[in-house]
Structures are given as C-alpha cells and as structure tokens.
Design a protein around this ligand. Structure first.
Ligand code: NAD
Length: 495
C-alpha cells in the first residue's frame, strides 16, 4: 500500500504513523494508498519552516518572485496531464474535467505573475506643505490554506499563487481524500526555484486544521469547503486574531424564462448539473422553470441524461465519473427516495443508469416538481441529482433565489435584456451567469458567494486575493530644509 506523507521545507516529510486515512480509487472502489494524517507536530514543523523562510522570501525582489512564478507556470503547464491524471485517479472526475480544473488553476498563476503591477501602491504629492503620502502593500507572514476534495489542484492554486507572489509563505492543508495533487504542486514549485519553506503541505483532517487555527504564527487562513466547517473555521480563526476568508457550500439556481432557447438551456442544465458528478460548488442544482417552458425543458433534460456515459474518469469515453466515496454516493442516492417521499417526481432514477458495477458510481438523476420546503431543495446534495422547481412568474423565480440560505452562483437563461438587467440588480448572489451556467469568474476578477456561501469580507483570488494576502501601510513623509523646523503642539493640520 502506498503511503502519502507531507511536504515540508522543500522536501518530502513522512510524518507520524499514528493516524492515517484511506485514499480510494473511486472508479474501482479499491483503496490505493493511505495518507498520513498530521497533527500539531507536523503543523508545527511546517509553520516553523514557513516562518523561517518568510523574512528572506519577503525581501526577495519582486522581479525574482515573479520569475519563480513564471517558471512554475511553465512547469505546471508541462505537467498538466500528470496533474489531471492524479486528480482523476483520486477524485474520479473525467480527465477532460480534470484538465479543465488545472487550466483554471493555471490562470491564477498567470494572474499572480503580474504581481509587479498588482502590488503597486498609491502616492499623493504635496498633501500639505512639503508633505507627501504614499501607501505600500506588505505580506502578512505565514498564511494557511485549507481546501476541499472537489478541486484538489485548482483551489490550492486559487490561494497559493497570490499568497506567494505577495511575499507570504504558505502552509496548505488539502483534503485528505485526494492528497496527491498538492504534493506534485510542491515538487513543481521546487523545480521552479521556490526556496524551501515558502510552500508546505500538511495532510490531515480536523486535527491539523485545529492546530493551524491555534498556531500563533499563522497570520491568515483561507478556507474553502462546506458551510458548517467554513463557519467554524471563520469563528475560531477570527477569535484567535487571524484574518480569515471562509468559502462555504452552495445551492445554485438556474432560472429559465419562457422565452429561452430550450435546447441551449437543457444543454447548459445537464452540463452544469452533472459535470464532475455534481460535486462542484458552482454546479447547477435547481433549475427554476418559469411558466410554459417547464415541460419541454424537463423533457429535453431527461432525453440528454439518458445519453450520458457513466464510467471510469480515465476512460476518454466517459462523460461522468464516480463520486468521491461510497458513503457520499449512498448519501446522495438517499435523496432520491427522500425527494419522492416529499412529493417530488423522480423523472430519472440514476440508480438504474448503465454504469460499472464496481466503484462509487451513481447515475444522473432528475427530480421534478420540487418545492422550497423539501429537503432536496434545502440541502446541498453535492452529487448528480438535478432538481426542477416550477414557478409561474419571474418574480417568483427571483424570490426563490433570494430566499435560499446560500448565495454562491446563479444563472438566468433568456433573450430578454431587461429581465437580465433586473436579475443582476436584484439577486442576492455573488456570481451571476447570463446564458452561462457555471459563471466562475476569470482570474482577474474575484470568486465568492454571498450569505452562507462565504464568511469574511473578501472573495478569493483576483484583486481580493491580493488584498487578502497583504496589509497596507501608509507613510506620511517630509524632507524639511535646514532651518524650517519648529516646535508646534497643535494637532497636525493640512492647510
Ligand atoms: P469539507 O468542509 O468537509 O472539508 C473541507 C476541508 O476542511 C478539508 O480540508 C477537510 O479536511 C477539512 N475539514 C473537514 N471537516 C472539518 C472539521 N470538522 N473541522 C475542521 N476541518 C475540517 O468539504 P469537502 O467535502 O471537502 O468539500 C465539499 C464542500 O466544499 C461542498 O460543500 C462545496 O460546496 C464546498 N466548496 C465550496 C467552494 C466555494 O468556492 N464556495 C468551492 C469548492 C467546494
């Protein structure tokens, strides 16, 4: 059985044997490795390495820091297939999907390569007689990232590229379910010339997270995962005086107005509902069908679902892979009976889909006539279960979107520009797609939801990422000429 250890101070770090977790191949249901679950001692070693590396990395010229990032971008690009294959083997998503994840992660590295520009301060000349004021951005120190299982390459890249570009040193605590991608990132950063200790990986679960949150030398924490854990991490981290951004779960609505193109909307709903087996925080989970389009839309979605090929993600013929674990697959499948018992109509039952007998598979499913008080509507299912809520009007659709406790992503499908303008103005959601079902912002904008999809003030990556990983200092400066100084106890004026 392969053992997966940590990455600390620029080298593999085996870690203790006391606690380990299984790493499955979800497509076969076979355990392929065990990962060492770190605790206070591994976290202590990683934070110490990061703290020692910080002063030198911070003082490294920005041009050299970005040179390392450019090298990393090249190494990552050359290794995108290797990284995607690791993601597929431990997460289960198809190789095409995994390559897409790596490509979106790479965009964040490319954004961070612009740090020379992004870290510019401001300068105001002669704000008072002979006085200039300017602001500078400085790194925070050791920062930590805690990431979910569903994007084992992209979400760490959302964080680490900007954090390192800004001059911080970084400790990543990836999901213990698919730990290997983070180690390849560590090796590629090393190859790119990143000094030891600037990037570290500690594998583990709650114990490692708690140790990071309690560590006095960790200045800031970026978290991405489920809402209950996001809330707990935010509370504990801020309580310990750290800067925290904690992104949580989602229940994304795709509103389809009566004038929408049925085929376009059905293609989008199926792609965004079942891509990565629905294990995406930006997956469409509720199609809100307005008026008479509902039945043709449900028929078009159901017809497309039947054609999806469910199989091993490493098989190029598979459209959809397995779920992450057997437990998660069973939990997701249980919602099909829950939905039916609540009065929804199970139009397509994924349990009967043609799929491999082994592995953590569940075929794509469709529940229609879902009401807002049902558990299948309220809960984040995080699997290949698409639900349809039928409403009579645009206002009812908007009300449904806005009364949901999550506010990560949403989309509207229509040809009506006025409706789009109203929707983008009124919806209580952080990311909005207009005829785009998965509106993940490009790297030069920031990603983040509203309401229970995000705890903290800043979104992740893009300009908010640069702000999150730096703090500003404002300098008020005077270079007096000889003989111009005098004692003055009055409050400093500007005129
Ligand atoms: P999770 O909350 O179970 O785990 C996330 C991280 O927290 C992992 O590293 C895990 O080891 C750690 N963790 C788990 N339980 C913990 C606990 N009790 N205390 C401290 N740490 C703990 O999430 P997951 O199942 O890995 O990922 C899926 C969830 O992440 C979904 O809810 C999904 O919507 C969300 N997600 C959100 C975004 C976003 O950008 N908003 C992106 C991806 C995933």
């Amino acid at each position: 059985m392969d053992r997966i250890g940590h990455w600390i101070d620029g080298a593999a770090f085996p870690g203790g044997l006391a606690r380990t977790g299984p790493v499955w191949n979800p497509a076969t249901g076979v355990q392929q490795a065990e990962v060492s679950l770190g605790g206070a001692s591994e976290v202590g070693a990683a934070v110490e390495a990061a703290a020692i590396a910080f002063p030198k990395w911070r003082a490294t010229p920005l041009s050299r820091r970005t040179e390392v990032l450019f090298n990393f971008r090249e190494a990552l690009s050359a290794n995108r297939r290797n990284l995607a294959a690791l993601v597929t083997s431990e997460h289960g998503k198809t190789v095409t999907d995994a390559l897409g994840e790596v490509a979106r992660g790479l965009e964040n590295v490319e954004y961070a390569c612009g740090a020379l520009n992004l870290l510019k301060g401001e300068y105001s000349e002669q704000v008072s007689t002979g006085i200039d004021v300017y602001s500078i951005r400085q790194p925070l120190g050791v920062v930590a990232g805690i990431t979910p299982f569903n994007f084992p390459a992209m979400v760490p890249l959302w964080m680490l590229a900007n954090a390192i570009a800004c001059g911080n040193t970084f400790v990543l605590k990836p999901s213990e379910k698919d730990p290997s991608a983070s180690l390849l990132l560590g090796r590629l950063l090393d190859e790119a010339g990143l000094p030891p200790g600037v990037f570290n990986v500690v594998h583990g679960d709650k114990e490692a997270v708690d140790a990071l949150l309690a560590h006095p030398q960790v200045s800031a924490v970026s978290f991405v995962g489920s809402t209950p854990v996001a809330k707990a991490v935010y509370t504990a981290g801020t309580g310990a005086g750290k800067r925290v951004q904690a992104l949580g779960g989602a229940k994304n609505h795709m509103v389809v107005l009566p004038d929408a193109d049925v085929d376009l909307a059905a293609d989008a709903a199926v792609s965004a509902g079942f891509g990565s087996s629905g294990e995406r925080c930006m997956a469409v989970s509720v199609v809100v069908a307005v008026g008479a389009i509902a039945q043709p839309l449900v028929d078009a979605i159901a017809a497309r679902i039947q054609k999806l090929r469910v199989g091993d993600g490493s098989d190029p013929d598979s459209d959809m892979g397995p779920l992450i674990t057997a437990d998660h697959r069973d939990r997701v499948a249980s919602y099909l009976d829950i939905g039916r018992s609540e009065g929804a109509e199970l139009v397509v039952d994924g349990r009967t889909h043609d799929m491999p007998g082994r592995g953590f598979f569940l075929g794509p499913s469709l529940l229609d006539h879902v009401q807002s008080d049902m558990a299948v509507y309220q809960d984040e299912i995080f699997g290949p279960v698409l639900t349809v809520a039928r409403v009579d009007s645009y206002d009812q659709a908007l009300q449904l979107v806005n009364s949901n406790r999550y506010g990560n992503g949403t989309a509207i499908f229509t040809r009506d520009g006025g409706a789009v303008q109203s929707f983008q103005y009124d919806c209580q959601v952080g990311m909005v797609g207009v005829n785009v079902p998965v509106p993940v912002p490009v790297a030069s904008y920031s990603f983040g939801g509203w309401k229970e999809s995000l705890f903290g003030d800043s979104h992740i990556y893009g300009p908010d990422g640069i702000r999150f990983y730096t703090r500003t200092k404002v300098v008020t400066s005077r270079w007096p000429g000889v003989g111009t100084s005098r004692v003055d106890l009055g409050f400093p004026g500007t005129r």
